[in-house]
Design a protein around this ligand. Structure first.
Ligand code: URA
Length: 496
């Protein structure tokens, strides 16, 4: 019998190195006893570790690619049986490469169960870590500092550290847990596998959380089952808002009744226009919709959905009436709504810059949006962009389809998921269709890419630069597609 003891704190390499040694010496799973270092081993204690001699020129096992991420996840689980389970899987994969596909196999089923538990724990960590600000010493300059205490079930701190770095890149933070800690100071992300002590973090930020939670709690939407599934009780003790929950639940029914009694009796602002829109839901028979200019003119009075009620004006597409390329965005933003032209705000400026860098001229493109009115929510003086819903996109499709019929572009570029949905009806993940030209009706092609606003919202500078570069490459691909198409047309007309 061989015995091996591992630290077992989420480090994949220590298990992998030991597993390699055993595998190269052809040691079968039942000949090995795997332990966590420091683990109690009964009256006799754990005898010395004994490993087989390393074998030169060992061939090893070729594992299917799905095994590595599975093993890297499972190794973070706190169940000591994970080492033997992984070795058994590895050993068996040497005999049957398709093993992982058999979900009913007891080892595979157990592995998937552990994997799910680690994933769930990781998700909970992203949801329930609560940072508290740590005051800088008097006279001390520097970035704001935050600290958080969290109690995960598994060794997931290293796995999740990069997520927090991306999410909270602008502040210095330290996350302490009994299963290791992570630290970010704006330059380096450091992790430690040592167990941390719980710091005393109660302070006035708790009050902030509690006020926030009590305010967003909607008694009319109370679903206790879903709520306790999403926010299991074991996390409550470290959540400042948790002790409010029982009272909020208890009073929910009374508050719903009160809310009903207080419901607005005044008609909604813009109700005249909403009423008019409701009466005019069907696609219009427009006398002047046979030319692009006529269509633009008709669109000024569009009431196909209620978005026109709050928007300043219709923002119609613009560009040559015979453009080869049509660019379709989501909907006008704040700037566009005021200017009455598409893509003239921050996203438009960024788009113009990328066009310039890829050698495309905006004046040659027809630029439009899936939805022609700005949808927003007022917060104080600000108008906050709201994504149009599927019904609004479907109603506005009438205009987009007419624009396509009249312009007859050879290539349409859908920027973002809304444009993709408007043009294809597909709600697929954008990344599944991105960058792959697809045929459309009328011999034209569709090219899907991200929306420029998405790039502007990425907080992490490095990721932002990478995503910008991908977007540039997409636009270069669009240019090349058009050049190839023009060349083949020239050829056809020369031959013809
Ligand atoms: N975003 C869009 O989708 N369209 C615009 O015109 C401006 C921003």
């Amino acid at each position: 019998m061989y015995r091996v003891s591992l630290e077992g704190r989420g480090d994949f390499t220590e298990w992998r190195d030991a597993a390699r040694t055993f595998l190269s010496a052809n040691v079968s799973p039942h000949e090995i006893e795997w332990r966590c270092r420091g683990e109690e081993t009964g009256l006799l204690g754990f005898e010395e570790e004994n490993l087989p001699a390393a074998v030169d020129n060992a061939t090893g096992v070729q594992v299917p690619s799905a095994f590595m991420p599975l093993a890297q996840t499972i190794i973070c689980h706190s169940d000591p049986k994970r080492f033997s389970l992984l070795y058994r899987l590895l050993w068996r994969l040497g005999q049957d490469r398709a093993l992982l596909q058999f979900k009913s196999d007891p080892d595979v089923a157990e592995a998937r169960k552990l994997e799910k538990s680690v994933r769930r724990d990781s998700h909970k960590m992203t949801a329930f870590v609560r940072f508290k600000e740590v005051a800088l010493a008097t006279g001390e300059a520097g970035r704001r500092r935050f600290i958080a205490w969290f109690e995960p079930d598994h060794f997931i701190v290293e796995r999740k550290a990069a997520f927090f770095q991306r999410r909270f890149t602008d502040m210095d933070w330290l996350i302490l847990t009994p299963k290791g800690s992570a630290r970010w100071d704006g330059e380096a992300l450091e992790t430690s596998r040592l167990a941390a002590e719980q710091p005393d973090l109660s302070d006035e930020t708790d009050e902030l959380w509690r006020t926030y939670y009590a305010n967003i709690f909607n008694p009319a939407r109370l679903k206790i089952k879903a709520m306790t599934a999403e926010m299991p009780k074991k996390y409550w003790k470290n959540l400042p808002e948790a002790d409010l929950i029982p009272d909020l639940i208890l009073n929910a029914e009374r508050r719903v009744l009160e809310m009903g009694a207080k419901a607005a009796t005044e008609p909604q602002l813009f109700h005249h226009r909403i009423q008019a829109a409701a009466e005019n839901k069907l696609a219009p028979a427009l006398p002047d919709a046979d030319t692009l200019e006529g269509l633009r003119h008709e669109a000024k009075d569009c009431t196909l959905c209620s978005l026109h009620c709050k928007a300043t004006q219709t923002v119609f597409g613009e560009g040559p009436a015979n453009a080869d390329v049509m660019i379709v965005g989501e909907q006008p933003g704040d700037f566009e709504d005021l200017a009455g032209r598409p893509f003239v705000g921050p996203a438009g400026k960024m788009f113009d810059q990328v066009l310039g860098e890829t050698g495309m001229e905006r004046q040659k493109l027809y630029v439009t949006n899936a939805v022609k009115h700005f949808k927003y929510e007022s917060r104080g003086k600000k108008r906050i962009h709201q994504r149009p819903d599927a019904g609004e996109v479907q109603r506005c499709r009438w205009w987009l389809t007419r624009e396509i019929d009249l312009v007859q572009p050879k290539l349409i570029v859908a920027m973002g998921a809304t444009a993709m949905f408007a043009l294809t009806g597909l709600k697929e993940k954008l990344s599944d269709l991105r960058g792959r030209p697809m045929p459309m009706d009328g011999g034209r092609m569709l090219f899907v890419t991200v929306h420029p606003s998405y790039l502007l919202r990425i907080p992490d500078e490095q990721r932002k630069a990478e995503e910008f570069q991908r977007f540039r490459e997409d636009m270069q691909a669009v240019r090349r597609l058009m050049e190839a198409r023009q060349e083949s047309e020239l050829l056809v007309s020369a031959v013809g």
